[in-house]
Design a protein around this ligand. Sequence first.
Ligand SMILES: Cc1ncc(C[n+]2csc(CCOP(=O)(O)OP(=O)(O)O)c2C)c(N)n1
Ligand code: SF4
Ligand SMILES: [Mg+2]
Length: 304
Amino acid sequence: MVTEGDGQAAGRPIKGVGTLTKKDFASDQEVRWCPGCGDYAILSAVQGFFPELGIPPEKIVFVTGIGCSGRFVYYMDTYGVHGIHGRAPAIASGLATARPDLAVWIVTGDGDALSIGGNHLIHALRRNINLKILMFNNQIYGLTKGQYSPTSEEGKVTKSTPFGSLDHPFNPVGLALGAEATFVARSIDVDRQHLVDVLRAAAAHQGTAFIEIYQNCNVFNDEAFIALTGKDAKVQNQIRLQHGKPVVFGSDGEKCVYVEFDGSLRIGTTADIPAELVYVHDAHAGNPGAAECSGTWPGPCTAS
Ligand SMILES: Cc1ncc(C[n+]2csc(CCOP(=O)(O)OP(=O)(O)O)c2C)c(N)n1
Ligand code: SF4
Ligand SMILES: [Mg+2]
């Protein structure tokens, strides 16, 4: 199908959206992240996924703030706004409200979204405008060369915390659920399949979708997610939430999340827990409490 304006705004020949490929979403700009940065994998996953949406690039707008993550906008051959620090949700909210015919995606960082932009983020989440927010969480300020961020762990030694951070970090998934976001997910740069599945679900969601993406900053915070990416560790530590499925993990599902008698969620050995007590993930649960609880565990997760 060719819709009005296809390909024209960017000065390219008209191309039917059914024939779009990854290349149609890759701009001619030289990608300037550090070699080995997790941002490359996320960019590649997004560019590879977008053709399946069937939306012409001219109907898509990426809005970013400031940070290494903010450079994302230059590399997508769509419309884009490289905004000011922390204000991508404000700019995108106005755009998506005025132009509901556009697909508006935000790319932001942990500092951009949760330090200077924390206020804008929570209000975007509660307003539930049709926005998709990709928050690259590398638990550090990358662009400004390695200061601690609101997601850095306690005790983090950086240039701005030479004796170790005293602050308790935000759990972005918990924050988003607390703001009653209607779609909340977590994924990771190195798991393309999971990331694309989450992007697909977010794109289909009507309202604001918040996706935290763990992203390795190999220069200033290398291996921050090694517990989730290490060969053996990832099997033990990743908990994948699938709608309607019991939450089990570890090799052969040896561990599970179960409901304790007081209603709290605990981790146990699957063989020791009666099957009816094993927690079943409900992505549409009205009460986000359980999802929030699961969001505090490590590993990719989705809840909405
Ligand atoms: C108003 C303002 N304050 C501070 C800065 C400096 N600054 C630029 S990027 C950044 C933090 C970026 O960290 P994050 O959002 O985590 O992005 P990353 O570089 O890690 O992708 C800061 C503090 C700025 N550009 N503008
Ligand atoms: S500083 Fe870190 S986040 Fe920024 S481009 Fe380099 S590796 Fe990536
Ligand atoms: Mg960061």
